[in-house]
Design a protein around this ligand. Structure first.
Ligand code: PLP
Length: 356
């Protein structure tokens, strides 16, 4: 059990901040006549779109809590997990003073939101096999002042590998601030989740999303699981109605369909393995990194040229050659059988034409 003084870790202006108290958050009983929120009594679409949604998302948190096996008072729900990333900076890091640690090559949003919040980023690059440089992180944690938050992505984007849970736990133990473990791709992984560590470490925040395995990127719904104290802080500083009614309804609907989602995930994993087999037959494809996610990082030599040539054929992949440790690499999302077939055909055409 690691006990951290969350209050001390918070930005001073966030300690004890009074959240906006909306009409809908003040009233929690039952009534027939609601004249407290300046809503329109007419509902033009016939779906109760005239009423504000529950700012605490109580019912949805109960359902999501069952799905993750996490108690609802440990949950924050947001407009994508990107909202949780931004809120963690705003809760814990003082602009122009505090620092965050990121572990490149990794998800670009951590740096973008650090820049937006005027938070200096300290980088500890992953090792050449993309495992965590635990000793490098330890060194930074002991040498640098004002470290408030560390983002650790597992399975990692764009490399696709999972970090070892023992390494993650070690980092949580020695890091002086919040450790946010971004598990956006955990649904595709057979490695253990950091959720199992949640009740032992108050400085751990686990990020999940409905955007990948659940197929709901359009809806914008992400989750953060943490200590109840951190969950309360995020609840207090978010936009009062950060999740729209339609988004909450779509989440209920897909959670009812969890079995189809689970078999959809198995299908993607099958297609990933099939894609690996087909990529191996393309002459200029070098290393294919092992993936616990719904994408593959592969070495192709001239990544920029491959990206541009595929684009000419209407196939869009991500060029990652400028990411540290990813020279000559592209990231390819596992698509449908049909999409993957088009990709492979286009890649073979490029080889046959001698263009790469
Ligand atoms: C896609 C992705 C997310 C998801 O972001 P949302 O805002 O929930 O759509 C989070 N983290 C990583 C590493 C991702 O690749």
């Amino acid at each position: 059990m690691k006990s951290v003084n969350i209050q001390e870790l918070l930005r001073p202006n966030i300690r004890g901040i009074a959240p906006y108290s909306s009409a809908r958050s003040e009233f929690s009983g039952t009534a027939e006549v609601f004249l407290d929120a300046n809503e329109n009594f007419r509902d033009f679409l016939g779906k109760q779109r005239n009423r504000y949604p529950d700012p605490f998302q109580r019912e949805l948190k109960k359902r999501v809590g069952e799905m993750l096996k996490v108690s609802p008072d440990r949950l924050f729900l947001g407009n994508g997990s990107d909202e949780a990333i931004d809120l963690l900076y705003r809760a814990f890091a003082v602009p122009g003073k505090d620092k965050a640690v990121i572990l490149p090559p990794t998800y670009g949003v951590y740096k973008v939101f650090a820049d937006l919040n005027d938070i200096e980023v300290v980088k500890v690059q992953l090792q050449s096999d993309f495992s965590l440089d635990v000793e490098g992180i330890r060194r930074v944690a002991s040498e640098e002042k004002n470290l408030k938050i560390l983002f650790l992505c597992s399975p990692n984007n764009p490399t696709g590998n999972s970090a070892a849970l023992e390494d993650i736990e070690e980092v949580i133990q020695f890091f002086p601030g919040i450790v946010a473990v971004d598990e956006a791709y955990q649904d595709f992984s057979s490695s253990p989740s950091a959720l199992s560590l949640l009740d032992r470490y108050e400085n751990l925040v686990v990020l999940r999303t409905f955007s990948k395995g659940w197929g709901m990127a359009n809806v914008r719904l992400g989750m953060a699981a943490s200590s109840p104290e951190v969950a309360r802080v995020l609840q207090n500083i978010k936009y009062p109605y950060n999740l729209s009614g339609p988004a909450q309804e779509e989440a209920f609907a897909v959670l009812e369909d969890a079995e189809r989602v689970a078999s959809g995930i198995q299908e993607i994993i099958r297609l990933r393995e099939e894609l690996i087999g087909n990529l191996k037959t393309v002459p200029y494809v070098g290393k294919i990194y092992p993936s616990d996610a719904n994408f593959l990082l592969i070495q192709v030599g001239d990544a920029t040229r491959l990206h541009d040539l595929l684009m000419e054929q209407g196939v869009i992949i991500r060029n990652r050659t400028h990411e540290p440790g990813c020279s000559g690499c592209v990231r390819i999302t596992v698509g449908s059988a049909e999409e993957n077939k088009k990709l492979i055909e286009a890649m073979r055409d490029i080889a046959d034409g001698g263009a790469l």
